[in-house]
Write a protein that binds this ligand. Structure first.
Ligand code: HPA
Length: 263
């Protein structure tokens, strides 16, 4: 059973959901805000424990679309289970969203990627060793969800064209999710490169899987905040992730808003 949400939010009827990743929460402030709902006010809802992640839904209008943003997401490495990671997506789906944008900070594995670049997620590799659909079957056989086209290819091509016309460089590639919370070893990154990963992060995949089962149209957008382990001289740090996200925040905001307008 999903928790009951306040009428002001259920009456809002959002069309688009956006999950904002590390250092990207500022984006919620670009909405014409209609309201906010702190996670702690939702019965049974987890609370965010990571620096740079506020803990609230912010909802309002963006480019004429009714949008709900998660300012602060939950990660497996915080100790939440797959059910808890699924809940926000299930709630946004129950509010009526049809399109979900999943954003994240990621380490660049593809050697063409530089910190501050953006990557549209074409596909993902679930390296979490678990799956949010485990135990979620019903008589419709929804356990065996098709994952051959998770990230909407029509909307992706429109976004690619829009980004090119807007002079925003945008890669497209494969996102691999690890549990974290430590960063990877150089040997792991070489292994991930060899199985086809272009970027690595600690989120997004559980949400994408549950959203796919719910039949949502999904777009994934990564901000490449650092070169993955072993690809640069310097050690990895959460500060570097936040600093890079902050440096490119205006471009990210333009790219995401432009993408939402295409929905
Ligand atoms: N690895 C995993 N997660 C990340 C990284 C990384 O290099 N950068 C930002 N999130």
């Amino acid at each position: 059973m999903l928790p009951k949400l306040p009428d002001c939010l259920t009456n809002f009827c959002p069309e688009v959901g956006i999950v904002l990743g590390s250092g990207l929460g500022f984006f919620a402030e670009s909405l014409d805000v209609c309201g906010r709902l702190a996670y702690e006010q939702i019965p049974g809802f987890p609370t965010s424990t990571v620096p740079g992640h506020a803990g609230q839904f912010v909802y309002g209008k963006l480019k004429g679309r009714k949008v709900i943003c998660m300012q602060g997401r939950f990660h497996y490495y915080e100790g939440y289970n797959m059910e808890q990671l699924s809940l926000p997506i299930q709630l946004m789906s129950s509010l009526g969203i049809s399109t979900l944008f999943l954003t994240n900070a990621a380490g660049g594995i593809n050697t063409l990627y530089k910190p501050g670049d953006f990557m549209l997620i074409a596909d993902h590799i679930n390296f979490l060793g678990t799956n949010p659909l485990i135990g979620k079957g019903d008589e419709n056989g929804l356990l065996f969800t098709d994952m051959s086209a998770v990230y909407d290819s029509n909307l992706r091509s429109q976004i690619r064209v829009w980004a090119k016309d807007s002079d925003i460089s945008l890669h497209e590639g494969v996102y691999l999710a690890t549990t974290g919370p430590c960063y990877e070893t150089p040997a792991e990154i070489r292994a991930f490169a060899s199985i086809g990963a272009d970027a690595v992060g600690m989120s997004t995949v559980p949400e994408a899987i549950i959203a796919r089962q719910l039949g949502l149209r999904i777009i994934g957008l990564s901000c490449i905040t650092n070169l993955a382990a072993g690809l640069s001289e310097s050690p990895l740090s959460h500060d570097e992730v936040s600093q890079t996200a902050d440096k490119v925040k205006n471009i990210f905001a333009r790219l995401l808003a432009g993408s939402v307008e295409l929905v």
